[in-house]
Structure formats: structure tokens, C-alpha cells
Design a binder for this molecule. Sequence first.
Ligand code: NAD
Ligand code: NAD
Lengths: 203, 203
Amino acid sequence: SIPRPTVRRLSLYLREAESLLQAGHRTVSSSGLATSLAVTDAQVRRDLGHLGQKGRAGIGYRLAPLITRLRRALAVDRSRNVLIVGAGRIGRALMAYPRFDQRGFRIVAVVDADTSLVGRAIDGHVVQSVDQIETIVVDGDIEIGIVAVPEADARAVAQRLAACGISGLLNFAPCRLNVDVPVIDVDLSSSLEELAWAMAEPG
Amino acid sequence: SIPRPTVRRLSLYLREAESLLQAGHRTVSSSGLATSLAVTDAQVRRDLGHLGQKGRAGIGYRLAPLITRLRRALAVDRSRNVLIVGAGRIGRALMAYPRFDQRGFRIVAVVDADTSLVGRAIDGHVVQSVDQIETIVVDGDIEIGIVAVPEADARAVAQRLAACGISGLLNFAPCRLNVDVPVIDVDLSSSLEELAWAMAEPG
Ligand SMILES: NC(=O)c1ccc[n+]([C@@H]2O[C@H](COP(=O)([O-])OP(=O)(O)OC[C@H]3O[C@@H](n4cnc5c(N)ncnc54)[C@H](O)[C@@H]3O)[C@@H](O)[C@H]2O)c1
Ligand SMILES: NC(=O)c1ccc[n+]([C@@H]2O[C@H](COP(=O)([O-])OP(=O)(O)OC[C@H]3O[C@@H](n4cnc5c(N)ncnc54)[C@H](O)[C@@H]3O)[C@@H](O)[C@H]2O)c1
């Protein structure tokens, strides 16, 4: 099993490899990956070595097979259906972002408890009622739920999603969801803290 | 200098310690911190040992001094002024979030290039013109800029912010900003990738 910090690096290598391929490159060196991602050359070689990828001297790694291998390691080599719960500010910022689809996370439904939002089309998605969660998750073959509701409602929403068989949750609410499925908490103030620390670092 | 994965853990310990203190606790054990954050007990003791914090057998760590020490290590022991560039979907989700202020990141100004937004009050912030960036950063003693504009505009915005002395950038646009100040890139699709990997893990 891959440790979490390694997963973060693999995700960065994948993004970089995909943008190089899109720009017309066919290979990349470990030092090329290292400099653009602020990791050491040796770290890149160790991470990719674990995946059975060996760079060839003078040529580096061929991008197309590297991308395929990274997508498999990160378990994103197939698309997954996603439901957003909460069509508020965060929900709308996510609904409008085309890159999720490109990376294999297809937003297929959006629900809200506010009846005045239900039935409205926002950025190409028609908001449905939160009462339909069970039917939507099962009929829509939805694997991931995004919790974008106020803190007071988040646990109840999460428990409902877990109860109808969702496989994982991305949580924006600033509280722990206490459910049996994997949860990734998004906390943008941690990103600001990481920035404050980077600003305080010498050099 | 603290390695970046350690910074992420320290930020989690700080959040946990603060919510325990708010709930009326006065101490926490290393295993208490470890279980709620999915790290090992030994990792907690090593991390906090680096900061000179020693838990006392049977009692653990006293929360108040632990919080003070963590805030100092993360360089968040004082408040910083923040400017949001882009009052669109992402910008509005950030403007409305009260926790940034609680964690020492005060959103003091919001600017946009869209003249129909300039002068409008949104969630307690009056949107100003992007033409005023230089004056706002200098007069407002702003240290951090949040880049919440479309990808095509992001680099120019970042260069302008760096040129007028901003100390760090939080970037939402899906591109590298290439500026001389520290940048943290927020990429929510990486969080989804981390979730997909956690869903694929056994156990
Ligand atoms: N982690 C971060 O850095 C960060 C940043 C901003 C906001 N947030 C959090 O994200 C969450 C969403 O924030 P927002 O600004 O989008 O809030 P918002 O108020 O703009 O939107 C919330 C939406 O959820 C809907 N809702 C409420 N209860 C519901 C329920 N039981 N089922 C379905 N829908 C329900 C509301 O009708 C509303 O449309 C909040 O918990 C907020 O604290 C986190
Ligand atoms: N990283 C992620 O996971 C993620 C998720 C969603 C969106 N995004 C990105 O975040 C950014 C913002 O997205 P959004 O949905 O809020 O976009 P949006 O279109 O809703 O808002 C963008 C705002 O920026 C303003 N703007 C444009 N050029 C400007 C300039 N030069 N100076 C000042 N303001 C300017 C626009 O007038 C608009 O109000 C985009 O780059 C988007 O790709 C990232």
C-alpha cells in the first residue's frame, strides 16, 4: 500500500506528465519532473521505481506509458460518478469546473434542501431535491459524494450518503463526519497555513 | 526547517487541539491525537518532540501551551491581511467563510476586473477595481493574495501582485504562476484523487 505523502507526489507527477504530453513532449527526465515539483531527483526515481518505471539514460521516461501507470496506481484509470450535496457557493464553484470531468470525476447530479433551488439549472446541472438522495445514488451508480452543506447539516448528510452505499466522501464542512467510508476533508485554511509557513522559511 | 508533510501534520494537530480546548478539555494524550488524525502514536511524539513538547506520563500534553507552540511553529501566531483577486464563484465561497479570520487570515479586500461587480457589497465585502491592486496591497499592509481568476488571467494577476510586494499567493487557477514569491496551488481534483486511492485501499 502506498503511503499518503507518496500518493500526493504521484498525483503531481501525473498532472505534470499530462501537461507535458499535451504540449507535445514525448519523454521527461526525473530531474525535469523534480525541478517543476520541488522534490529531489532521487525522490522522483524512487517513487517511479516503486511503480516499475525505469528512466532510460539520456532519454528519461516515456510519457504515455508513465501516465497509464500513474493513473492505475492512483486508481483513476476509470471514470467515477460524483454527487454534490449543497448547491451553495462551494457547490457552484465545483459544478462549473470542467477539469474534474477531464480527470475522471464526472459530476452527474446536484441536490439541495432549499426548495427554491430545486428544478433550477445552474451551470448545466438541474438541482434536484435532497429527498431523492437514495434513488440518485443507486440509479446513478454514484461512487463519490461531495458534502458542501453548512456544518450543522454535514453529519446527517454524510450518514445518509454512507447508508445508501456511497464509497467515499469529499468534505468541505469544518467538522469530522464520523462515517464508515473513506473521507477526505478539504480545509483551505490549512493551505493558507502551509503558505504562511513557506513565507517564513529562509530562502 | 520543517519538511512539508510535517507541516501538514502540525496543522492537523493544531486544529484538533483547538477544538478540544473549545470543548473544555485541558490536556490530550499522543494516542488521543493519533487516533483522531490517522497517524501513529510514535509519529505524534516525534513531531511534538521536535517542537520541545514532552507529554507527561498519564497526563499527556497541556493544550494551551501546545497550541501556542504549534501556532509559532506554523508561523500563524499573528494575523495576516489577505486580498482576494476575483469575486466569482471561488472568490465568493472564500469571502463568506468565517473560519479564515479565526485562524489568523483576515480577508481585508476583494477586487475584480468586471466593472459591473465593482462597488457591490457581497457577504460584507465591497468589491473594488483590480486597477487599485497596487494601492490596496501597500496601504492595506496585505501579505497574502488569493488568485481566483480564470486560468488565462492568472499569471498576469500573480505577476502584478508579486511586483507590488505581496509575500505569498494561494492559487486556484489550474496553471503554474511562475513568480518569485511562495505559491501554494489548490487543486481539488488532487483531493478527489486522494479519495479514489483511499477508496481502493484494502481495510
Ligand atoms: N474548508 C474550507 O476551506 C471552506 C471554505 C468555504 C466554505 N466551507 C464550508 O463548506 C460548506 C458549504 O459552504 P458554502 O459557502 O457553499 O455554504 P452556502 O450556505 O453557500 O451553501 C450551502 C447549501 O447547502 C444547502 N443545504 C443546507 N442543508 C442541506 C441539507 N441537509 N441537504 C442538502 N442541502 C443542504 C443550502 O440550501 C445551501 O444551498 C460549509 O460547511 C462551509 O463551512 C469550507
Ligand atoms: N483548483 C480547483 O480545484 C478549482 C475548482 C474550481 C475552480 N478553479 C479555478 O479557480 C478560478 C476561479 O474559478 P471561478 O469558478 O471562481 O471563476 P468565475 O468565472 O466564477 O470567477 C472569476 C472572476 O475573476 C474575475 N476576473 C477575470 N479576470 C480578472 C483579472 N484580470 N483581474 C481581476 N479579476 C478578474 C471575473 O470577472 C470573475 O468575477 C479559475 O481559474 C478556475 O479554473 C479551480
